[in-house]
Design a protein around this ligand. Structure first.
Ligand SMILES: O=C[C@H](O)COP(=O)(O)O
Ligand SMILES: CC(=O)C(=O)O
Length: 211
């Protein structure tokens, strides 16, 4: 079943932005996050093993809803669809990427951080936009300011969001969920400390709400 980006985002307490360097980390990481209540996973295409990691998680962690992040072009869309991604995410929204997303009806969270970008993407029919890099682009005051002229445009702020400040973002009427890397710290992954990652995921789910 294809979920809309609004359904995906609103079902997630947060969306982890995952960077997998070692393919052996993919399945235990996903299992730990799912056990801690975080099921919508964004595996970024920032490493050579990312697409294999996505395929392995899809094959071995059936409760995970696996998407890809950091899509940059049309070839990335093709590769993600071939790998079976449920959704895609990008820090931006260049025209060739967005044309491929539209042509494939790929559930997608495009990135933006200005009113013009938000208006353009909303007019293209995108339900939820990635607000990136959230803290550097104005954080909660910027998002709050956008609620007046664009109350219907919803965001997933990412970049500088943490367990400490996530609730301030989620309290805004235009924030559906947040994204962040804090639930998948690289040192824990290198150490194979999946119990610690499950613990962070559980604390995050408890703090932000199991939706
Ligand atoms: O590139 C950064 C990621 O999108 C997430 O940012 P973060 O590490 O501040 O959570
Ligand atoms: C920033 C982010 O979510 C991405 O790289 O897709």
């Amino acid at each position: 079943m294809t979920l809309s980006t609004y359904e995906l985002a609103s079902s997630a307490p947060m969306i982890p932005v995952i960077v997998i360097e070692d393919i052996a980390h993919a399945v235990p990481l996903a299992q730990a996050l799912v056990a801690g209540g975080i099921k919508v996973l964004e595996v970024t295409l920032r490493t050579p093993v990312a697409l294999d990691a996505i395929r392995e998680i899809i094959a071995n962690v059936p409760d995970a809803i696996v998407g890809a992040g950091t899509l940059r072009n049309a070839a990335d869309v093709d590769a993600c669809l071939a790998a079976g991604c449920a959704f895609g995410v990008s820090p931006g929204a260049p025209a060739p990427l967005m044309e491929a997303v539209a042509a494939n009806k790929f559930p997608f969270l495009p990135g933006c951080n200005t009113p013009t970008e938000a208006m353009t993407l909303a007019d293209q029919g995108h339900e939820v936009l990635k607000f990136f890099p959230a803290s550097a682009a104005g954080g909660t005051p910027m998002l709050k300011a956008l609620t007046s002229p664009l109350p219907d445009v919803k965001f997933c702020p990412t970049g500088g969001v943490s367990l400490e400040n996530a609730k301030e973002y989620l309290a805004l009427s235009n924030v559906v969920t947040v994204g962040g890397s804090w639930v998948a710290p690289v040192p824990h992954m290198i150490a194979g400390d999946w119990a610690a990652i499950e613990d962070i995921a559980r604390k995050t789910t408890l703090a932000l709400g199991n939706r």
